[in-house]
Design a protein around this ligand. Sequence first.
Ligand code: FRU
Length: 479
Amino acid sequence: SKWMNDPNGMVYYDGEYHLFYQYYPDSTVWGPMHWGHAVSKNLLQWEHLPIALFPDDNGWIFSGSAVVDWNNTSGLGKNGKPPLVAIFTSHNSTGEKAGRNDFQTQSIAYSLDNGRKWTKYAGNPVLKSPGIRDFRDPKVSWHEASQQWIMTLAVQDHISFYASPDLKTWSHQSDFGKESGAHGGVWECPDLFPLQVPGSKETKWVLLVSINPGGPNGGSATQYFVGNFDGKTFKNDNTAGTTLWMDYGRDNYAGVTWSDIPKADGRRLLMGWMSNWQYATTVPTEKWRSANTIPRELTLKNTPAGLRLMSSPVEELEKLRGKSSKIDAQKIEGVVDLSATLGFPAAQMEAVLEFELPNDSSADLGIEVSNSKGERYRVGYNAATKQFYSDRTQAGKTAFSTVFAEKIHVAPRLVNGNIVRLHVYFDRASAELFGDDGATVMTDILFPNEDYTQVKIYAENGSVQLKSGVFYAVKSIWE
Ligand code: FRU
């Protein structure tokens, strides 16, 4: 219930995935920020826990991260138990209102009981502002090669890297990004992590940077860079002028990855806030505002243009599959209504489809879900423009915002070839597309006046071959 934005402090410890989040418990619109808290043992079912961090004299609790301080570098651990340490931005709203420029500082808090009780460090803030108004969202990780903590911080139009031996004292290392990537808005909520280059032992560093506004389809979105990080500076491999987007939908913002996933698992897992600052505070929900994306695994892929970031739904999600409906391989020309054969409502389902396009096709193919009110949502691929798209222009309620349904969202295709795969999760008020096995991702929220009950697949402007197709009912995680 109430207001939520960015996921924060995502850390895995002692069998639990922790998810903190920007939370305002008194209203369904943004206000004095707290860290709400939930835990999960399997990334599927989440248990609500009491609010972890409340505003204090240093300010409201803005976004940040959490780590397990395994070696007790901070000295905050006790009796051999490593502390969980949260690193966040203290946002001093009084200072902001007074017109000061130093109202954002970084603070820490720690927990010795698996994240249940948190104590703010007496020496806060641990990093003061250099007098830049946008100075926030610390993402901290242990840098193995240089044996120190690295803080990746969003500073207005660039990223600053800080280093620390103990999470309490921080020294500036370098800046990145003033001349790289997209700059249509302020930089926020960064993340920095290594990923293996497929087919090699080489590791590359991925830098995620959320930006608001300036996203590819309007408003807030998350761009990324691939390069190297040596404990001091980040070197971008992308050629000048390249902007890469993690998700081309309008509703995946401020996503960052979990810290301390065990080595034996080894995955890099991300969750994003499924909204957009363009309309987040006015979306037509009553008791709650905002949900998160499904958890995703991030990997790198070699493409002709260079290394690119792939996102795929975590495999745990397959456990939520209920009844399934297999679609026979067939030629698709026009619209094929599958509603009668589906056997479950289209509102909450997963679709896994593979199409083969003829050479030089200009077909427009996809999935359409709709309801008895004539509201419909389409997600698909248009071979004429070589773009994936997500069309919520007629999906339901739109009047709450002048921009929500202003256009069809589009995304370039990263890979070539005649095989197009659509993997889509529909969850009543959201659709998450993983195109081409996650090479192109689009996340959009929707507000139908009535649940979608019907599903169609289509190919217009030319025929295509459906090679395989299956729809799954997705079980609720709350039952
Ligand atoms: C991103 C953001 C962060 C900030 C937080 C405040 O959505 O603006 O930069 O820390 O939200 O709630």
